[in-house]
Ligand binder design. Structure first.
Ligand code: NAD
Ligand code: UFG
Length: 360
């Protein structure tokens, strides 16, 4: 299939590209690099072994969308493009509403105009807020606790309304739990700008010496060891689910909403111990007060994804830590670590070349 990957230069999108390309799909990556590096494209070319077709585009800019859709028709769109930092969204909610919600509306309008009827959408466990019970099923109450979460919920709802209005339009809403880890090559991975908000990138930056110690937010949660429990999921398992969702939409001609997680809760201290083992490095930490807005434990019931997509997570916490560490140690400064690129000044194919390939 010909697939448009919006936000494909980002953390999860780039990993999904490796799997989608591996399944033989032709990809056009679109991104505005709001939270990613052009270096990703060269790295992807090395992993995939073929040029990566790329078009710089901002989903809020109608002319950019017109240019993206001004070619042979896509069979599907995978939509990763969003701003995603919870704290940042509390400081500038309007930017999040504009980028995430308005961007999605423009994308859906462009899809509708072009007659593209399949969408895979990056939703989040954040739509459950603080769930009443775990494991969380898809029919749990939806109530978000921050502006970022509200954008994800509104996007799910407006996609749902479009599916209702057009019975031939189908969407896969994928509610990710906590994606971590990296491609096994160590060439692509998570590269948060500034101080990482999330646990795994913080721990790996401590391990590589970029940060002194981890602050563990709360040691008095009602959990196995008093620290927060989450459902960490290897990004390559998550990537595979996108290819499975594309297959589902093509095969079943219907929409779905599924959780993507392992179904297993892991505490902060369990993750720290696993990372120390995988990296052979000490991870100094101190237990401090709880982080505002945090919850004790969230993990998925992933059985619906298994039933509908035939998908289940296969990689364990050891693999998540090993691959995150390989990426971090090969790229101590993320995509700013130029050494890996020196031997690979490869070309990135243009939109023009994509059109030629797609037409042929
Ligand atoms: P990311 O920031 O690494 O990737 C998002 C990409 O979208 C970036 O490359 C960014 O430059 C691009 N982008 C943002 N706004 C854009 C716009 N208006 N036009 C074009 N490109 C734009 O984030 P990620 O971790 O890869 O997350 C991907 C998706 O998954 C997001 O929608 C996010 O909300 C969702 N999600 C992420 C997590 C997580 O923990 N990483 C969890 C649940 C859901
Ligand atoms: N934590 C620490 N120290 C840190 C960072 C995190 O102790 O420096 C703890 C948190 O308190 C929590 C656990 O590690 O107990 C995981 O925290 P993350 O920030 O990595 O993940 P969250 O589950 O809090 O949130 C993430 C995304 C949200 C998304 C949610 C569900 O940031 O956007 O997963 O997908 F909604």
């Amino acid at each position: 299939m010909r697939i448009l990957v919006c936000g494909g230069a980002g953390y999860i999108g780039s990993h999904a590209c490796t799997v989608l390309a591996g399944r033989g799909h032709d990809l056009l990556v679109a991104d505005n690099f709001a939270n990613s590096s052009p270096r990703v494209l060269e790295r992807l070319r090395r992993i995939i072994g073929a040029p990566v077709f790329f078009q710089q585009a901002d989903l809020r800019v109608r002319a950019d969308l017109d240019a993206l859709f001004d070619g042979p028709r896509f069979d599907a769109v995978v939509h990763f493009a969003a701003l995603k930092a919870v704290g940042d969204s509390c400081r500038r909610p309007l930017d999040y509403f504009d980028n995430n919600i308005a961007g999605t509306i423009h994308l859906l309008q462009a899809m509708q105009a072009a007659g593209v009827k399949r969408l895979v959408f990056s939703s989040s466990a954040t739509v459950y807020g603080d769930p009443d019970s775990v494991p969380v099923r898809e029919d749990a109450a939806l109530r978000t606790t921050n502006p970022y979460g509200r954008t994800k919920l509104v996007m799910e709802q407006l996609i749902g309304d479009l599916c209702e209005s057009d019975p031939s339009f189908h969407a896969a809403n994928l509610r990710y739990f906590n994606p971590v880890g990296a491609h096994p090559s160590g060439l692509i991975g998570e590269d948060p700008g500034g101080v990482p908000d999330n646990l795994m990138p913080y721990v790996s930056q401590v391990a590589v010496g970029r940060r002194e110690r981890l602050q563990v937010f709360g040691g008095d949660w009602p959990t196995v060891d008093g620290t927060g429990v989450r459902d960490y999921l290897h990004v390559m398992d998550l990537a595979r689910a996108h290819a499975d969702a594309i297959d589902y939409l093509a095969r079943e001609d219907r929409s779905l909403t599924v959780n993507l997680g392992t179904g297993r809760g892991v505490s902060v201290l369990e993750l720290v111990r696993a990372f120390a083992k995988a990296s052979g490095r000490e991870i100094p930490y101190e237990i401090v007060g709880r982080r505002a807005g945090d919850v004790a434990q969230v993990y998925a019931d992933p059985s619906l994804a298994q039933r509908l997509l035939g998908w289940r997570a296969e990689l364990d916490v050891e693999a998540m830590c090993r691959d995150a560490w390989r990426w971090q140690s090969m790229n101590p400064d993320g995509y700013g670590s130029a050494a890996v690129d020196e031997a690979a000044a490869g070309e990135v194919a243009s939109q023009h070349e994509w059109d030629a390939l797609a037409a042929g």
